[in-house]
Design a protein around this ligand. Structure first.
Ligand code: NDP
Length: 244
């Protein structure tokens, strides 16, 4: 399936490493002009050293005001990938207010903030844009020690549906992908323990974790014209985990 984003300007958050980096690179390969937004400057600089035409900007998206000001200054976009997120695993009985606030600020509130700024400009400029939010299988199934993270991704799914409803009339499509474990830096925290990994693998019918490229491919499809009638879906990329 030939997909081109030639001439399109796309903002990818959390593009410093992991899945976001993979998304930024693949969209760049497909001809897009990429603005890679993330927190750690050195990660972004390493991306830019390999792909000099990728524009980089760093901010902690948990800071509403700074993020809003920065994204306002970036101009208009044809597409947005809300990928940046944090995951802090702790048992439900030990879950803290600080972790809840930080997780929801980054995983949910920042998506509202960034998407509002980007979508307003799409509407003003009559851009029939696309937005993909990176959610998780954890939004739909309870995972040990993931109470706050799961709740944040369930909130993100709800936000995806509301955005699809209210932005659809402007020709803007909003969808999410909901991956299973993908062995990035984030996943190592929760799934490096072979006992935990084995238990999770036993619940995935394909009996393996996903690859970054498998998330990237779905994101590329949902951003492209090939999915022109798909709006408001939460697409599992989970080897069948949620089907069982
Ligand atoms: P990583 O931790 O490997 O990468 C996350 C990226 O987001 C990093 O570049 C990080 O910046 C950036 N980021 C995190 N917090 C902030 C912040 N406050 N402000 C700006 N940037 C920030 O995670 P993954 O690639 O694994 O995860 C990407 C997405 O996929 C997330 O939404 C995650 O919830 C989701 N997901 C991941 C799964 C997995 O198993 N890996 C499974 C299901 C969903 P920095 O460079 O500073 O670290």
């Amino acid at each position: 399936m030939e997909i081109s984003f030639k001439g399109k300007r796309i903002l990818v958050t959390g593009a410093g490493q992991g899945i976001g980096r993979g998304i930024a690179i693949e969209l760049w390969r497909a001809g897009a002009n990429i603005v890679a937004l993330s927190r750690t400057r050195s990660h972004l600089e390493s991306l830019q050293s390999e792909y000099p035409s990728i524009e980089i900007v760093s901010v902690d998206i948990g800071d509403w005001a700074q993020t809003r000001q920065l994204v306002e200054s970036l101009g208009q976009f044809d597409a947005l990938v809300n990928n940046a997120a944090v995951a802090c695993c702790e048992p439900f009985l030990q879950s803290t207010s600080a972790n809840f606030n930080r997780t929801f600020d980054v995983n949910v509130k920042a998506v509202l903030n960034i998407s509002q700024v980007v979508a307003k400009k799409m509407v003003e400029n009559n851009i029939h844009g696309t937005i993909v939010n990176i959610s998780s299988q954890a939004s739909k199934a309870a995972l040990q020690d993931h109470a706050i993270y799961s709740a944040s991704k369930a909130a993100l799914d709800a936000l995806t549906r509301s955005m699809a409803l209210e932005l659809g009339p402007h020709g803007i499509r909003v969808n999410s992908v909901n991956p299973t474990v993908i062995m990035t830096e984030m996943a190592k925290v929760g799934w490096s323990d072979p006992v935990k990994a084995k238990e999770m693998l036993s619940k995935i019918p394909l009996r393996r974790f996903g690859e970054v490229s498998e998330v990237v491919n779905a994101v590329v499809f949902l951003l492209s014209e090939k999915s022109s009638m798909i709006n408001g879906v939460e697409l599992p990329i989970d080897g069948g985990f949620l089907a069982t």
